[in-house]
Design a protein around this ligand. Structure first.
Ligand SMILES: Nc1ncnc2c1ncn2[C@@H]1O[C@H](COP(=O)(O)OP(=O)(O)O)[C@@H](O)[C@H]1O
Ligand SMILES: [Mg+2]
Length: 243
């Protein structure tokens, strides 16, 4: 296995205050890691630190072996870090196809067609609904469009902040299947999820954050049976699953 991302004692936050403190973790290439933690624990802050959109206080962020913690976000994006922030932010009054074209704006023109063909191949729904206004897609479809727009740029690391928030259970399932599909193409995924149960089922590993610090980490199968995790995040019990 090769290491895609190595966080070494990362501290990051806003203004004068580090929120995430001395957080270390290693993500292997092509794996899915879920980041669990209560509201305000600092999960989004950690994702922003990896992408470079908040204040970095210390530590190292090694992406494919290269230190990126001092690079601006667009340089990280160029190297293959993709970030889908919380909430939907595509262009609701433009068609799916137009949204995908917008998503290509940082690519040379000659590559647009191939990039769009690649993501619509991965998600045929986007081809079927090419002419539909993005705002008229279901919540799950909009989330898939959001991910597709980032995938146009061929990131090798995908940071997802609450991709299933506000979706029906069935659509949450669709989003999780999509995340698995993306990882199966070799993309490394770090996902923050309010649906802890669902996220653990598709993840290889889990990181648990409390008050900005790492509280626990391990294989998802172990974390999901840990009594403290069951109590705090899984409503005190968990169904046996076939996963
Ligand atoms: N843009 C910001 N400016 C200042 N403080 C922020 C900002 N965003 C989040 N915070 C603070 O950082 C802490 C962690 O927030 P966040 O990372 O969003 O938590 P989580 O995603 O785990 O719910 C919270 O106390 C929040 O108030
Ligand atoms: Mg958050």
């Amino acid at each position: 296995m090769t290491v895609a991302l190595d966080l070494v004692s990362v501290s990051a936050g806003y203004g004068d205050n580090p929120i995430v403190r001395e957080f270390s973790a290693t993500l292997e290439t092509g794996t899915i890691t879920t980041l669990i933690g209560g509201n305000g624990a600092g999960k989004s802050t950690l994702l922003r630190a990896i992408y470079g959109t908040n204040r970095f206080f210390g530590g190292r962020i090694l992406f494919k072996g290269e230190a990126i913690e001092r690079l601006p976000p667009w340089e990280r994006l160029k190297r293959g870090v993709g970030f889908v922030p919380q909430g939907r932010c595509n262009f609701p009054h433009m068609s799916v196809d137009e949204n995908l074209k917008m998503g290509c704006y940082t690519l040379p023109g000659a590559r647009h067609e191939a990039a769009i063909a690649r993501v619509t191949g991965l998600f045929p729904m986007l081809r079927q609904k090419a002419r539909i206004e993005a705002g008229n897609l279901s919540g799950g479809e909009q989330q898939i469009l959001e991910m597709a727009m980032v995938l146009l740029l061929e990131p090798s690391l995908l940071l997802l902040d609450e991709p299933s928030l506000g979706l029906s259970p069935r659509m949450q399932g669709d989003v999780f299947t999509t995340v698995q599909q993306i990882a199966s193409t070799g993309v490394t995924v770090l996902v923050v999820e309010q649906n802890v149960r669902g996220a653990l089922l598709i993840s290889d590993r889990a990181l648990v954050m409390e008050q900005g610090r790492k509280f626990m980490e391990g294989p998802a199968t172990e974390v999901r049976t840990d009594p403290r995790i069951r109590q705090a995040y899984l409503g005190g019990n968990i169904q046996p699953t076939a996963a």
